[in-house]
Design a protein around this ligand. Structure first.
Ligand SMILES: [Zn+2]
Length: 87
């Protein structure tokens, strides 16, 4: 019995390769935002899971400085009840 020749999923080299974006990766650097606003829930919730956990630097694409500032902003927003600690 012959197997179909066409394959939908790519295999071998080049598989699972991520797209490389040119220039600055960090969204806050690109927007020239120095301090992350803790009241900006729309931006903060983009960088958290539905469970309320922060995305890693790699997942969020933040630079070291902005990940640190973002961490402080999200903790402040949680304390003020703007974002959930859990769930
Ligand atoms: Zn940055």
């Amino acid at each position: 019995m012959l197997r179909p020749r066409s394959r939908t999923k790519p295999r071998g080299k080049g598989r699972g390769k991520k797209k490389q974006r040119p220039g600055n990766k960090c969204r806050f650097c690109r927007a020239k935002i120095r301090l992350v606003d803790y009241k900006d829930i729309a931006t903060l919730s983009k960088l958290t899971t539905p469970q309320g956990k922060m995305f890693s630097r790699k997942r969020a694409g933040n630079c070291a400085y902005h990940q640190r500032v973002f961490k402080g902003a999200i903790k402040r927003a949680r304390f003020l009840g703007l974002l959930p600690y859990v769930g």
